[in-house]
Design a binder for this molecule. Structure first.
Ligand code: NDP
Length: 241
């Protein structure tokens, strides 16, 4: 059955919109006239974004934040699960805690959000779920066994959501950014930044806005028939992976 067309401004929730890629995504939806909210922990927010504090690692906190957002903006129609962390370490030195913390934020955190968002989307019979993964999820990365596992997990998650909810006007897709100029990449040693840049056909890192445009497209009516896809935004780095 075709989905109901989107009427007017939508209730959009982007996790971690206080900085980096999440901030640019939130700004993009605000500029398009949507009602935009974020679950965030700290920092300041772009103009026009409703901020509700919450922690991705805590189910009660995520559920309570959704309830507050929905009370003000209505059921979430577009969810962008963006919040994420790295705890890089070589495999032999990686602790259980390093592994579990990254999985808890990046993978279980996304699960907590999509589970809560799906309730309203099923009732509305429409919804857009975009999970922010990484080129590293399918390409792998030295010292990133935890991070890559969490980001690859999002692919299986989006595809399973697509199979469960695809008949209800809901799409679930993965965006896999390559190297984007944010605090996360600035933390990499300069020699690794240079090596990555040399391997990227585009010859540069991207701006967060270049990810935001793709996310915005996936949330649009034009992308109604795109689901379970992994869309790279990586300047060609991961081609064929
Ligand atoms: P940043 O480190 O700049 O921002 C991460 C965001 O996640 C912050 O808003 C942070 O909040 C939030 N966050 C982290 N942990 C939690 C938590 N427990 N609860 C709530 N929010 C949390 O990262 P980027 O903007 O670079 O990355 C955004 C997403 O894009 C991540 O999922 C990342 O893995 C992915 N990505 C980034 C790439 C890049 O090159 N930068 C490449 C590929 C993927 P706070 O400010 O409070 O810490």
């Amino acid at each position: 059955m075709a989905e109901t067309p989107t009427p007017g401004p939508r209730s959009v929730l982007v996790t971690g919109a206080n900085r980096g890629i999440g901030r640019a995504i939130a700004e993009r939806f605000v500029a398009a006239g949507d009602r935009v909210a974020t679950i965030y922990r700290s920092g300041d927010l772009p103009d026009g974004v409703l901020g509700v504090t919450g922690d991705m690692t805590d189910t009660a906190s995520v559920d309570a934040a959704f309830t507050e957002v929905e009370a003000q903006h209505g059921p979430v129609e577009v969810l962008v699960a963006n919040a994420g962390i790295t705890r890089d370490q070589l495999l032999m030195r990686m602790t259980d805690e390093d592994f579990e913390q990254v999985l808890d934020v990046n993978l279980t955190g996304a699960f907590r959000c999509v589970r809560r968002a799906s309730k309203g989307m099923i009732r509305l019979r429409r919804g857009r779920i975009v999970l922010i993964s990484s080129v590293v999820g399918l390409y792998g990365g030295q010292g990133q066994v935890n991070y890559a596992a969490s980001k690859a997990g999002l692919v299986g998650m989006a595809r399973s959501i697509t199979r469960e909810l695809g008949g209800r006007g809901i799409t679930a897709n993965v965006v896999a950014p390559g190297f984007i100029d944010t605090a996360m990449t600035a933390a990499l040693p300069q020699d690794r930044q240079d090596a990555y840049r040399a391997a990227i056909p585009a010859g540069r890192f991207a701006r967060p806005e270049e990810v935001a445009g793709v996310v915005h497209f996936l949330a649009s009516d034009d992308a109604a028939y795109v689901s379970g896809a992994v869309i790279p935004v990586d300047g060609g780095l991961g081609m064929g992976h």
